[in-house]
Structures are given as structure tokens and as C-alpha cells.
Design a protein around this ligand. Structure first.
Ligand code: BGC
Ligand code: ZN
Length: 366
């Protein structure tokens, strides 16, 4: 479709480090070079990072801008492609990855999620505009094609990619020993905790989820459909998990609460692995039972590791697991989408309500 230079589009932007600054901005529709595609955004998922950015805790504008277009979880449709683009055509559904490489060896090898220099950018988060607008320009290297059958929930691919990486890395780390994990604990029942539970159940583990919501919440019902147990931390504190369950082989920390991360270290079983995924933007100090944790880590060969972001390999794994999980638990992913908000109400989409699992901002109808 021919577009004039003056075509503009709506987007949602913040002034980084300024709380509550989310507002609508008008930007030119990107003009894409021959080796790029123009993406039309259908819907954008909102997560804790977006809320923290809008709370002024996180986020960085691109060079030359004093605002940042937010949004890093988008399902889009290819509007047009430059003549140098192979493998994509108008009408294809796409989810883009988030991080853009610097020139460190890992980034150059396609593993920008393991960046060494830290000069990467992240769309909608750090130094690059995101997807919460009508259009964006993209290189095929960062576009992941989505089969049309996944349209109703493919917007969850970015958060799924985060737990794809986390679980893949946990298993990779455990190749250090003979390891036959049976029992996993997931801390937190937000999108990361629930998607993590799906992946751990697909790997055949018994999964116990500890979180704040009451058992009769929709999170509790989703977890019981998955054959996972759900325990409310009101009655089952994190500090007594191992007394309740016994040997725990894997813990996935998905609350974003750094105190819980340290409590979890003391709950891990012999030869167990704890994966931390929470980005805690604050500056909190706590007291911890350092001797006990240290002794257990040593005597039980335990590992705690952090995992951030995901390169396209993990998005591709996510596409496979979407299909596998839908066969096993039809409709499971759509149950995670609890609120769809029209573009005009973006401020309400950025509010977090206790009953929310995943909120989507609808940008275009089809
Ligand atoms: C995003 C990641 C990103 C991380 C840190 C998360 O919300 O999903 O892609 O690397 O924030 O900025
Ligand atoms: Zn790098």
C-alpha cells in the first residue's frame, strides 16, 4: 500500500523515569528500507516491566528522543515487505523478539539474550521504541512467523519465550550430573508462573504452584486443569515448602519479589536447580539465614541461576509448545487472557487488578 511521507500513527509512550507519564503520541508511520518489513500491530500484551516503566522505575528512550514507545509483547501482521525481504509476505502473522544485539561475541552469534557488553537495546524497554503503536518497522532476523491456528493466543509467545529459555537453561545446567527430576515448585501464578507450569507439565513433572491468589481464583482453576497443585501462600508459606513436599528438583521463581528468591534457595532439594526470572527494579535489603543457605547449597550441590530475555530460538520452541500444549489442554492459553482493552483506554490497561492474568491492548481488529 502506498503511503505518503506525512502518514502518522498513534502510539503509547512514556517519559522514562517519570511516574505515570504514559500518554498517546503521534509518530510518522515508519518508512521501511528494502531489507525490512512494515508491521501492523494487532494486539499488545502488558506485563510487569511495562507497569514498572510507567511507574518510572525502569526504561530508557531511544537516542534523540525524550520519550519511549512502550510494549514488547506484540502480535502483528505483515503490512508490506521491502524487495530485499525473503520468507515473509503481506498477511503473515508475526511476533517480534525484544532484544537487539550489540557487537559482543554472543550477540554476533545470535545469543543477544546472553549479551556480554550490555550495549544491547530492547524494544519498548531500553533505547528502542516498542510495539504499542499502529505500525513498526522490522528486520526479518527478529520476526517469528506464527501459524494462523495460533492467532487467538500467539500474543503470549514473548512471555512464553522467557520460560522456554529458563527451563531449557535449567535442564542444560543439570547435564552436569545424573538427574531425573520429578517434582517442581513454581513461585507466582502470573503469566510467567502459569506458562512455566505448562512447560514443566509438558516435561512430565509434578508441579506445585505457590502464589498469593486464593485457590478458587481463575489461576487456581487453570492450574488444576493442568494437573498442578495450587497453594495459597497465606496458608502455605514459602519457608515451609520443603517440609510440605519433600525433595524438590526444580524451582521456578516468578514472583519478581527478591525476598522470595532468597527464601526459595533454602527450599531446594538435593542436586536441585532454582531459576530466578524476576526483574526487581527496587533497592531493598533483607536479612537472610546465610549459614543455612550456604551449607545447603554446598552439601546438596544446589544451583541458583538467573535467566533474562530470550533469543529467537526460544520463540521457535514456544511455537512448538503452543501446539503441543493445546493438544493436551485445549483452550488453555486463551484462559490466560483475562482482559482486552481498546486502544483509547490504554491507561486502564496499564493498571494491575488482582484478578488480571494477562491484559491485552487491542490496536487493530484484524
Ligand atoms: C522482557 C525481556 C527483557 C526483560 C528485561 C522482560 O519483561 O520480557 O525480554 O529482557 O524484561 O528488560
Ligand atoms: Zn552483546
Amino acid at each position: 500500500m502506498a503511503r505518503t511521507l506525512t502518514a502518522t500513527m498513534r502510539a503509547v509512550a512514556v517519559t522514562p523515569k517519570q511516574a505515570g507519564s504514559a500518554r498517546q503520541v503521534e509518530l510518522p508511520v515508519p518508512r521501511v528500507a528494502a531489507e525490512m518489513a512494515l508491521m501492523r500491530v494487532l494486539e499488545v500484551g502488558i506485563d510487569g516491566t511495562d507497569t514498572e516503566i510507567n511507574d518510572g522505575l525502569y526504561g530508557e528512550a531511544p537516542p534523540g528522543f525524550d520519550f519511549l514507545v512502550i510494549g514488547h509483547e506484540a502480535l502483528s501482521i505483515v503490512e508490506s515487505v521491502g524487495e530485499g525481504v525473503d520468507g515473509f509476505e503481506p498477511g503473515d502473522l508475526v511476533v517480534s523478539t525484544v532484544r537487539r544485539p550489540d557487537d559482543c561475541p554472543n550477540c554476533r552469534a545470535g545469543e543477544s539474550d546472553m549479551c556480554l557488553f550490555g550495549n544491547y537495546t530492547e524494544r519498548g524497554i531500553k533505547g528502542a521504541h516498542g510495539y504499542m503503536g499502529e505500525y513498526y518497522g522490522e528486520s526479518p532476523a527478529f520476526m517469528v512467523k506464527i501459524p494462523p491456528s495460533l492467532r487467538p493466543f500467539a500474543v503470549l509467545l514473548e512471555p512464553l519465550s522467557i520460560v522456554e529459555k529458563a527451563t531449557y537453561q535449567a535442564w542444560k545446567i543439570q547435564e552436569r550430573m545424573l538427574w531425573a527430576p520429578k517434582r517442581a515448585v513454581v513461585l507466582g501464578a502470573g503469566p510467567i508462573g502459569l506458562l512455566g507450569t505448562i512447560l514443566l507439565r509438558l516435561r512430565g513433572l509434578e508441579v506445585h504452584v505457590y502464589a498469593k491468589s486464593p485457590p478458587e481464583s481463575s489461576q487456581g482453576r487453570i492450574l488444576s486443569s493442568l494437573g498442578a497443585s495450587y497453594r495459597s501462600v497465606g496458608d502455605h508459606p514459602v519457608t515451609s515448602i520443603k517440609d510440605e513436599l519433600g525433595q524438590i528438583d526444580v524451582i521456578l521463581e516468578a514472583t519478581g519479589n527478591s525476598a522470595v528468591a532468597f527464601q526459595a534457595m533454602a527450599q531446594l532439594g538435593t542436586n536441585g536447580v532454582l531459576c530466578l526470572t524476576g526483574v526487581s527494579a527496587g533497592n531493598r535489603s533483607i536479612e537472610i539465614p546465610a549459614d543455612v543457605i550456604n551449607l545447603q547449597m554446598v552439601l546438596g550441590n544446589r544451583v541458583t541461576f538467573g535467566s533474562v530475555n530470550a533469543n529467537r530460538r526460544y520463540f521457535e520452541m514456544g511455537v512448538q509448545h503452543f501446539q503441543q500444549a493445546e493438544r493436551q489442554w485445549p483452550g488453555i492459553f486463551q484462559r490466560l487472557i483475562t482482559r482486552r482493552v481498546p486502544f483509547a483506554d490504554f491507561t486502564s490497561a496499564l493498571d494491575r487488578r488482582p484478578e488480571d492474568i494477562k491484559t491485552l491492548l487491542t490496536i487493530a481488529a484484524a
